[in-house]
Design a protein around this ligand. Sequence first.
Ligand code: SF4
Length: 224
Amino acid sequence: MPEIVPLPVVPDHPELSELRSRALACQACSIAERRTHVVFGEGNPFAPLVLVGEGPGETEDHTGRPFVGRAGKLLDRALGDCGLSRNDVYICNTVKCRACDWEGTKATNRAPTELEALNCRQWLIPQLGLIRPLVILCVGAPSAKNLIKKNFQITKERGKYFPGELAKVMMATLHPAYILRQANISGDGGYSLLVADIDRAWQTALKLRDRAAEQATLQGELEL
Ligand code: SF4
């Protein structure tokens, strides 16, 4: 079992906590029958940057926390290489329950179906609406296809900005699970791209936050 990083200490966001409580009881898809936990998301609920992956795997299902398996550890490392921790950002998935096929008691991960992804938008969209991030970083192609556009092409469009309704800008990066697979084949598997994308997304989020604060100050002065 991989080592699990401690839960982040975060400020209270009552409306998000309420949404989470309701999501934990969700039975909208058949995968709810054999899940261990609904993996709602975690981190700073007031973060300017939200990272959104596809869905939980085995370790996430067991712990109820997003990105805590091998891929999650790589994501933590990438955040650390940008001078960040889970306390600085918010991390969640488009689908909150582990999608897998069962053979007796043996489960094999599979990609969530379109229906499962569609059903789970009932939690994802209000979740993002309550956090109101300035930048959303989609981690992996399925998340980008769900949130940016259906025909998103990760090889061509990774690292580019797209306008969004749920954040000022949206961008996609490589999934750490993909990087782990690629790293066995050649080089760093794209790890440096993941770090560069997180860093760029974070710097953009900070600039947008500063700009919004300046505009609010100016507005306040004009109304005096
Ligand atoms: S995947 Fe989402 S919509 Fe489906 S049961 Fe789980 S929480 Fe509900």
